[in-house]
Design a protein around this ligand. Structure first.
Ligand code: 5GP
Length: 113
């Protein structure tokens, strides 16, 4: 399988505006932001989607979830934010590497499109 764009960002083959990194994950600004702040949080391991997670990923998934409020604080999203995980074609997933969208900086409407 060919490398996804996010794997290439992890490997520094293409640039990204990185806001956080540790051994397990990377967070960077989305290239096509849908809100004043739009950051993507991804695991470094190549999990293609939420559908491809397994029990062995529990600690990693907990780490990613726990990172979100910390990133929100770092990104100064004190008024709130939205977390989105698009999954599969109907979910609008376009990059086959698990990612959490963190959106904020304006009031977000509901329901999404
Ligand atoms: P999805 O549609 O799969 O849920 O989200 C993929 C996201 O990745 C989109 O919001 C898109 O703008 C973003 N994206 C795609 N290619 C790049 C890239 O090369 N760099 C960055 N920073 N974001 C990207």
């Amino acid at each position: 399988m060919s490398k996804t764009i996010f794997a290439r960002i992890i490997d520094r083959e293409i640039p990204a505006n990185i806001v956080y990194e540790d051994d397990l994950c990377l967070a960077f600004h989305d290239v096509n932001p849908q809100a004043p702040t739009h950051v993507l949080l991804i695991p470094k391991s190549p999990i293609s989607s939420l559908d491809e997670t397994a029990n062995d990923d529990a600690a990693l998934l907990a780490h990613l979830l726990l990172m979100i409020p910390r990133l929100a604080t770092q990104l100064k999203l004190a008024d709130g934010y939205r977390v989105v995980v698009n999954c599969g074609p109907d979910g609008g997933q376009t990059v086959d590497h698990l990612h959490f969208h963190i959106l904020g900086g304006r009031p977000l409407t509901w329901p999404p499109g």
